[in-house]
Structures are given as C-alpha cells and as structure tokens.
Design a protein around this ligand. Structure first.
Ligand code: KG4
Ligand code: ZN
Length: 374
C-alpha cells in the first residue's frame, strides 16, 4: 500500500499565522493557528505592518514544529498550498514567499488558493479534534455531521449551492458551483459584518476582537430595549449594508453617555448587554432572511455559512428557529470558521497546481474577485 499523502496549507492573509496538513479526503492530520490577537488588542484592531512582521517571525517555525510533531515526512507531502488573496498585502506576501521557498526547495508543486473559496470549503473537512463536528440545520432541527463519518451522519453539502460568507473583511452571497468554483451574487455596500461587530465593540469599550464578546453579552441582554432598523431588509435586493447599523449603535451610546466619561460602558454594564442584543438581533435578522431568500429563489438545497461570524451563536440559533424546510443550513465547526490553513490545504486538492514558472512568479492580491484565476 502506498503512503498516505498530504497537502501542506499556509494561511497568513490577516492576523492569524496558520499551517495544516490535510489528506485528499479532507481529513485534517495537523492544524496549527498562531493568533496575533494579543498583539493587536492594544491598538484596538489589526495593524497591517505589525501583522506582517509577526508572520515573518512565526510562519516557518510554526510549519517546522507542526511537521515534526505530526510524524509526517516531507516524502508524504504532495504539494504546498497558500492563500494568494484577498487579504492584507504585506501579510499575504509573507505566507506566499514562505510557500514558494518551501515548494521550490522540497521540489513540490504550489497551489494558489482563494481565501474566501477556502472558507466555503470548511464543511468538507474532518477536524482532528475530539468530538468536533459541523452543525447541520435541517427542518428546524440541529444535527452534528462529519464528511467522513461511518454512519448516517456522514454528509456534505451538494453542489451547486448558495454560500454566505461572513467574516471580518467580507460579507457576501455567492453561488458555489463546485470546490473553488464561485460567482459573486451580492456583497456588502460598506462594512463587513465582522468589521461592524469589531467597531461597535470598541465603541462599547469591549476590546478586540469584538465579535465573540458582543455575541456573549448579547445573550444576557434584551434585544427589544433598543430599536435598530434592518438595513436593506425590505429592498428585495440581495446586497448588505452594516455601516448604518454600526453608526446607529454609536449614536445610542452617545445618547446614554453623561458627558463626563462616565458612560456605564464595558462588559459588566446591563446597558451594554441590551445594546449588544439589539445590534446582534438586527445583524442576524438581515443575514438569515437574505440568505434564505436567495437559497429559495435559486432552489438551492444547501446553504453554507462560512467565515469568522459563522461562529456566532445568535446566527446559528436564528437559522434553526427559522426552521425552513427544504433548505439545509451548514455551519462549519467553529475552529474551521475563523481563519485556518486546513481549509487552504483541503481546497487545494480540488485545484490544478501551478507550473514551476507560474509558481515562482505568483504575486499576492489584496483584492481578488470570485472566480479569478492566476
Ligand atoms: O474569517 P475570519 O477569521 O477573518 C477574516 O477573514 O476576516 O473572521 C474574523 C471576524 C472578526 O471580525 C471577528 O470579530 C468575527 O469574525 N467573529 C465573530 C464571532 N467570532 C468571530 N463575530 C460575531 N460573533 C462571533 N461569535
Ligand atoms: Zn477569513
């Protein structure tokens, strides 16, 4: 029997340095994420220059340690996959140059992977964590499934389907024809939803990143105390807008501040809990109704929710409570919603590798359209 074979994935598009080894069935053999959150928290957001310097220091040692610990030899690695966009240009460059150098020196083919296509591939991966599974919402019921399970729970989304990408940099509805074969349906006209979460958290003095904190505090608050309009909800158009929602929250915070800096803000404030609950209810309402409408219009049996905000408990609950029959909604395991390299390596198995010359000439792309090729 021949040795199993793995693709090495590398991801450095924002503030996470990540590497992973994934086999052709999407089974994750190793998955390392070195987060820079503590580094950026003092600035209240990602500082691109600081992020790229950190990638330089962390990337290669992280890969070397992972390979050593995994017991997988370079002879079992069939290729190197790397995010080439979209993302912060300096950050992408660090991962890309590392990947090029490794592919060249180890004589392996290089795969250029679209970060957002990779997010959408997450439910086809099998995590290497105990009891980790993807959430599948079907007819208002929650099931936990894995692609390579050995029973009825072994399921994956069918192609084509609608994908909802909700991350710190992007909010978009896409038509997913196959692995890495995507077309944009509509996107946000201004802020990404994760960006809005991070910004409102800053206004309420909740630290960085804001999404997980706002999500946690929203569960304690009353979503009806503060009224937030649902942006573009009734327009009938599939696009999103979150900047108005963010400003509406900032205005409410101003209104309840006493002008002496004594603003009752921070995570212990019941007022903040109610603001979080109101904001989250509005954001989630828009995401759920627009994505379900799109899936229904296109007769898409599956709807895949991907990106960091797919961790959001309010979004998961609202999709379950929507109880739509005929549409199955997929949420990857939270460890595979936020940035990781397993999704990069897993998707690469379905792509063509670059030839040696194209590999050496590959440049990172800060913005990269869906469906773009090298
Ligand atoms: O996909 P991701 O890791 O990075 C990008 O490609 O942008 O997403 C990061 C974003 C951040 O804005 C973070 O605040 C948000 O995902 N996020 C959440 C939650 N967990 C992470 N937003 C809302 N609720 C959460 N539980
Ligand atoms: Zn991402």
């Amino acid at each position: 029997m021949s040795n199993p074979s793995y693709i090495l994935g590398i991801e450095t598009s924002c503030d996470e340095t990540a590497c992973a080894l994934v086999d052709a069935q999407g089974r994750i053999a190793a998955n390392e994420v070195a987060s820079q959150v503590d580094l950026h928290a003092q600035f209240g957001g990602v500082v691109p220059e600081v992020a790229s310097r950190c990638h330089v220091e962390v990337c290669l040692p992280l890969i070397e340690t992972m390979i050593e610990r995994s017991g997988i030899g370079w002879d079992e690695v069939s290729g190197v996959a790397v995010t080439w966009g979209p993302g912060l240009i300096g950050c992408l460059l660090m991962g890309l140059e590392t990947a090029k150098a490794l592919a060249w020196s180890k004589n392996k083919p290089l795969y250029a992977v679209h970060h957002l296509d990779a997010h959408l591939f997450a439910p086809y991966l099998t995590p290497n964590l105990e009891n980790a599974a993807h959430l599948l919402v079907e007819d208002g019921k929650e099931n936990f499934v894995l692609p390579n399970g050995d029973d009825a729970s072994s399921r994956t989304p069918e192609y084509p389907h609608v994908g909802l990408i909700v991350s710190g940099g992007h909010t978009a509805l896409v038509w997913v024809r196959g692995p890495g074969r995507t077309e944009l349906i509509a996107q946000t006209l201004d802020d990404a939803v994760g960006e809005a979460y991070d910004k409102v958290a800053r206004v309420m003095e909740l630290g960085y990143p804001g999404g997980p904190v706002v999500d946690r505090l929203a569960a304690k608050g009353d979503p009806k105390r503060f009224e937030f309009t649902r942006p573009l909800m009734k327009s009938g158009r599939p696009g999103f807008s979150f900047s108005g929602l963010k400003s509406a929250l900032a205005r409410k915070v101003e209104a309840v501040t006493d002008g002496n800096g004594n603003s009752q803000l921070g995570p212990e404030s019941p007022l903040v809990w109610d603001l979080c609950a109101g904001f989250q209810a509005a954001a989630v309402d828009v995401l759920v109704s627009k994505s379900i409408r799109e899936a229904a219009d296109r007769e898409s049996r599956d709807l895949v929710v991907a990106g960091g905000v797919a961790c959001n408990s309010g979004l998961r609950r609202a999709m379950t409570e929507a109880g739509v029959s005929g549409i199955r909604v997929w949420f990857p395991h939270p460890s595979l919603c936020t940035d990781n390299a397993a999704m990069i390596a897993g998707l690469a198995w379905h792509l063509e590798p670059l030839d040696a010359e194209a590999a050496l000439e590959l440049n990172p792309q800060a913005s990269l359209a869906f469906g773009a090729s090298v």
